[in-house]
Write a protein that binds this ligand. Sequence first.
Ligand SMILES: Cc1ncc(COP(=O)(O)O)c(CNc2co[nH]c2=O)c1O
Length: 405
Amino acid sequence: MSDISLLRAEFPILKQTENGQPLVYLDSAATTQKPQSVIDAITQYYTQENANVHRGVYGLSERATEKYEGAREKVRALLNAKSTQEIIFVRGATEAINLVAATWARDQLQAGDEVLITEMEHHSNIVPWQLLRDQLGIRLNVLRINALGEVCLNAMASMLTPKTKLVSITHMSNALGTINPVKEMIALAHGVGAKVMVDGAQAVAHMKVDVQDLNCDFYAFSGHKTYGPTGIGVLYGKQSLLEAMSPYQAGGDMIYSVTFEKTQYNVLPYKFEAGTPNIAGAIGLGVAVDFLNRVGQDAIGAYEHELMVYATEQLQTIDGLRIIGQAKNKGGVVSFVVEGVHPHDVATLMDQDGIAVRASHHCAMPVMQHFKVPSTIRASLGIYNNFEDIDRLVASVQEAIQMLR
Ligand SMILES: Cc1ncc(COP(=O)(O)O)c(CNc2co[nH]c2=O)c1O
C-alpha cells in the first residue's frame, strides 16, 4: 500500500477542521472525497478545453471530444469490457439501474415474469422493479439475508424458476458492508436463462471488477463513489443486449437521422446518451480512474478491510453497542447501534468532535426492518482514512454515549 500520509495529502478537503477539530471523514459510502488531480482536471477543462463534444469541427471541440472519449476508454479498461460501445455514461448508479428497467426490462418482461433482488438492496435497486411490478404485473421476489447480513446461494437457487428473467443484486451493501458472491450468483441466474444486473456502486472503488470474468449482463456504478465528481456514472451492458434495447431518452446525439416519418438511432454507446453529456464529469471520472489504477483497487480494499476489522474490534468493547452486518466477506463499512440512544443523537454529537459519519437508514429500509432498528450509525472508509481516524471515532462514540445516557 502506498504511503497513506502521502495519499491523504492529495485530498485538499482533509486539511480543514470541523468544529475546531481536524476533520475525520468516515462517510465515503455516501460519496468519496476528491484528489487534487480530479479537481485540477475539471478546472483545466473549463478554463482551457470547454466546448461541446462530437459535433464541432474546430480544435477546442475536437480536444474536448478526445478527452471525453478518452475517459470512456479508461472506464472500459477498468471494467475490462470488450468495447467502449458497452460503456454508457449516466448520472450514477441510480440512473443506470433505471435505464435498464426502462429499456431492457420494459422491452423483455411481461406479466407473470419474475425479477429477483436481495433484501440488502439500496432503494435504487428496489423501487424501479416495484414500478415495473405495478405497471407490467411482473413478480418481484426477494432473497432474504441471514443474521450476519449474508445471502445463501442454496436459497437463491431454490427461488430461481424458468420465469425468472432478471436478477438484480448489489455487489457490496452500503448499509452492511456485505460483499456478495456475485460471480456464483450470476452463474446460478444464467442457469435458468435470467439476465443479471449488478449494482456496483459500493464495489468499484474497493475491488477489481472484471465484467467479462463475472459474465454479468449489466454493471452499474457512480463516479462520485470512486473518487470522481458527482453527476457522472456508468452503465456497462453486453453489446448484444444494448444493440437490441430501445433508447432510454430521446433527442440530440442519440440519432443518426431524423425525418418526421422516421428516426434512425445512433450507434452505441451514443444511442443511450441523449443531449449534451456531463463532459467535465466524465473527464474528472477518467482522472479518478487513473487514481484507482495508480493506488490499486484491491490494495485499497485490503487496507480498508484492515481498518474495518480494527474499528469493529474497538467498537465492540463499548457496552450496549451492536454491530449491524457481520458478513464473513465484508468491505470497509461498519454499521452499529447503541442501546438506549438514537443514532442521530450520537452522530450529531460526533460532529462536534469533527467526526463525519452517517446516521440513517442508508436508503436500505428493508435492511433496517430485518435487524429491527430505525437506522444505524455508519462509518464507511476511503483510502485516506487511517488508524488514528478509527481511534478518534471510537473515543467520540464513547463520549457521545456518556453524554446521552
Ligand atoms: C449500493 C448502492 N446502490 C446505489 C446507490 C445510488 O447511487 P447514486 O445514484 O450515486 O446516488 C448507492 C448510494 N449510496 C448512498 C448514497 O448516500 N449514502 C449511501 O450509502 C448505493 O450505496
